[in-house]
Every structure is written in structure tokens, then in C-alpha cells.
Write a protein that binds this ligand. Structure first.
Ligand code: SF4
Ligand code: SF4
Length: 378
């Protein structure tokens, strides 16, 4: 544990001496749970005392540390990469044998035992994937990787996605094995399971000769493009493209014939895609290419965007709090006057929908694919 955390010693010391607390601003864990110990400062203070030997790493520490969506807002506020320190604390606590709160631990156990964080039937998932005509295709330019949330929780979303790719005449094949990218396990500190998933994925892509991997999930995208290079000690032998990057190119080259949509929408930046990967403008350019559509911004957008509350295992660990955080983001969206809240991550989509339902909001929560499909339909 000490070895893993030692690299953050100077940051932690600086933090406890400056006493600024900027990291509390919009931290979803602090905003919802109201105690300083849930903000980055509290977590980093615990790190400092664990290193000094004045705090025992126990279940009470784990309860505070794991209550983090890994949104990265504290990095923006602080200037230090505190979300990375917190991620390493999760890994260190797990390796040290501390009891991990059940909801977070369930994600890791399910991935280990069932191959996905939902405990879903992998053979049924495989059968479903094999029913997609493009799963029998070979040597296509893009390999579409469908993540666990899509396969087991959002098949309507997959149907829309396939329709859009076919309509744009994209040369793609679908990976027909439902293998988790490892992001859910990694975000709850299970580095060894994440590495196992990364190796399985690497082998599958090598077997299917996939050089260009396409994903519409922000979590899978960050995992492949940002986390795999560190986990695998070098960049993987495939390039990862997020759907919004590809669709922006299609839109720019006039590849869609779009009919007017007279709507006002606002866009929620998924943390994995925005703050952690820098893709802010691509989704906005796609939306603005739709004739008649007006895009308005929420008060907190792009690198300052508030988190939906779902990530880092928070939805599994503290479900009602995750939905309350999403509800607050929906309220922010309502204040713009928009009638549709758009996002580009299936996991944000689910949590924002649950948040909207919990407050009886009339706002529609749609994926970017759904909005585009409506414009194609006319
Ligand atoms: S903003 Fe950074 S330095 Fe300031 S209290 Fe938070 S974690 Fe510490
Ligand atoms: S990563 Fe997000 S949830 Fe975690 S401490 Fe930082 S601001 Fe809070």
C-alpha cells in the first residue's frame, strides 16, 4: 500500500497545508453526502495520514474513499491530478485486504465470476450479438465494440446505432463476443481483474484483426485509449475511435441527409469522454449540423461539467445518492429552457433518465444517436 501511495506524498502534504478546499466545488460526492471527508481534500488527507502511520487503513476509510465517481472535477479545481490519487487509493485499499463496501465490491465480484458487472447471461449476450448481420462480417475498416451496458441494458440504443452506421455506409463489423472492457472493475480498484479483461480484449481484437475499434460508450473509450496503455505497459495494437469522432467526420463530409428538427437541446458531457479524454466539440458539432436544432449550454459545461453521479461504482455503492445527483443535473438542464438533454454515454443516459423520473421531470433524455435518427427519419 505504502509503495503505491508514496508517489502522492508531496501532493498530499501540499493539500493539507494550503487549506483551500476548491475541490469541494461541484464534487458530486461532497455535494450529495455533505461531509468534507467525501471531497478530494478529505480523501487526500487520509492518504497523508496513512503514509505517516497516524491513520489505520480500515473499512471506515474505504467507505469514504470509494464514494467517488472518478469524475475528475477535483483535478480541474485543484491543479493536481487528485482523481488519479483516489483511484490508486482504491487499488491500494483492496490490495491491502481492507473490507470494501458491498455495492462497489459487487461490481468486481460479478465481473470476475460472470464476465460482466450486471451478472447477465453471457451466452444470451453472445447469441444476441451473433444475430447482428455485421457480426459475421470480416476485414471491415471498423470493429464496433458494444459494451456491457449497451448489450444488457440498452438494445434499443444498439438498434439506433446500427441504423445510423448503415445509413452513413460505414464499413464495420461487430465483435461477437460480449467481453467487458474492464472499466467497471478498474474504477472500483480491482486492477488485477481489469488487467485480465484488457488481455482478453487485446487477444480478441488481434484474432479479429481489428485495427480500428469503434465504441459509443464513454467508459469503454477511456479505458481503451487512456487506461490500457498503463495497464498493458504500452499502447494496445489498435486505435480507438469514439462514435462522436466518426459521426463528426460523416457530418462534415455531407454523409447524412438530415431533415429539420425544431427542438432546443442541451448537452451533458460524460466525464470519461470530456474531462478525461478531451472530446467536447465533436458531439456539439454533430448536434449543430441538424437543421432547425438549437443547442443551448448548461451553466456547467465542457471541462467544468457536473457529473451525472453514476461512475466509479457510485451507482452500485450509493444508488439513491447517484440518482439524486442525476436529478440535480436534470434540473440544471431544465433551467436552460431546452426540452431534450442529450448525452453520448449509455451509462450517463441510464442514470440521467432515472434522475429525471425521480423528480417527475418532463425533460426527454436522449442519446446523440437517437437525436440524429429522428432527423434521418423525416
Ligand atoms: S483543491 Fe487540491 S489542494 Fe485544495 S484542498 Fe482540494 S485537493 Fe487539496
Ligand atoms: S473525482 Fe469527482 S467525485 Fe471523486 S473526489 Fe474528485 S470531484 Fe469528487
Amino acid at each position: 500500500m505504502i509503495e503505491r501511495l508514496k508517489q502522492f506524498e508531496d501532493w498530499a502534504r501540499a493539500c493539507i497545508h494550503v487549506r483551500c478546499g476548491f475541490c469541494r466545488e461541484n464534487c458530486p460526492a461532497y455535494s450529495q453526502l455533505k461531509l468534507d471527508s467525501y471531497a478530494a481534500k478529505g480523501k487526500v488527507t487520509m492518504l497523508h495520514h496513512i503514509l505517516k502511520g497516524t491513520l489505520e487503513a480500515d473499512a471506515a476509510v474505504a467507505e469514504r474513499v470509494f464514494a467517488c465517481t472518478n469524475c475528475g472535477l477535483c483535478d480541474v479545481a485543484c491543479g493536481y491530478d487528485q482523481s488519479r490519487a483516489i483511484q490508486q487509493m482504491k487499488i491500494a485499499l483492496r490490495e491491502y485486504g481492507v473490507d470494501i463496501p458491498e455495492g462497489y465490491d459487487r461490481i468486481s465480484t460479478r465481473t470476475r465470476e460472470m464476465g460482466n458487472p450486471y451478472s447477465a447471461d453471457v451466452s444470451e449476450g453472445s447469441e444476441y450479438l451473433r444475430s447482428i448481420p455485421e457480426s459475421r462480417k470480416q476485414n471491415a475498416h471498423y470493429t464496433l465494440f458494444l459494451g456491457c451496458t449497451q448489450i444488457y441494458r440498452d438494445r434499443e440504443g444498439i438498434a439506433l446505432l446500427l441504423r445510423i452506421l448503415r445509413s452513413a455506409e460505414i464499413d464495420f463489423q461487430v465483435l461477437n463476443e460480449p467481453v467487458c472492457c474492464g472499466s467497471p472493475a478498474y474504477r472500483v480498484g480491482d486492477e488485477s481483474q481489469a488487467l485480465e479483461q484488457a488481455n482478453s480484449i487485446k487477444d480478441l481484437f488481434a484474432q479479429s484483426q481489428s485495427e480500428n475499434v469503434l465504441t459509443s460508450c464513454a467508459g469503454c473509450y477511456r479505458m481503451f485509449s487512456r487506461d490500457y496503455p498503463a495497464l498493458l505497459n504500452g499502447p494496445p495494437e489498435f486505435r480507438t475511435i469514439h462514435l462522436t469522432e466518426l459521426l463528426k467526420e460523416v457530418v462534415e463530409s455531407g454523409g447524412f441527409s438530415l431533415s429539420p428538427l425544431d427542438v432546443t437541446v442541451t448537452y451533458h458531457d460524460p466525464c470519461h469522454l470530456g474531462r478525461h479524454s478531451g472530446l467536447y466539440e465533436e458531439p456539439r458539432e454533430i448536434l449543430m449540423s441538424i437543421p432547425g436544432l438549437t443547442l443551448v449550454e448548461m451553466e456547467w459545461n465542457r471541462k467544468f461539467a457536473k457529473c451525472c453521479g453514476a461512475g466509479g461504482g457510485f451507482r452500485s455503492g450509493l444508488g439513491e445518492d447517484a440518482i439524486a445527483i442525476a436529478a440535480s443535473r436534470v434540473r440544471e438542464a431544465e433551467a436552460t429552457g431546452a426540452t431534450i438533454l442529450v448525452t453520448s454515454c449509455p451509462f450517463c443516459l441510464r442514470n440521467l433518465r432515472d434522475g429525471a423520473e425521480s423528480i417527475g421531470s418532463g425533460m426527454e433524455i436522449l442519446s446523440i444517436e437517437s437525436v440524429l435518427a429522428r432527423s434521418l427519419e423525416r
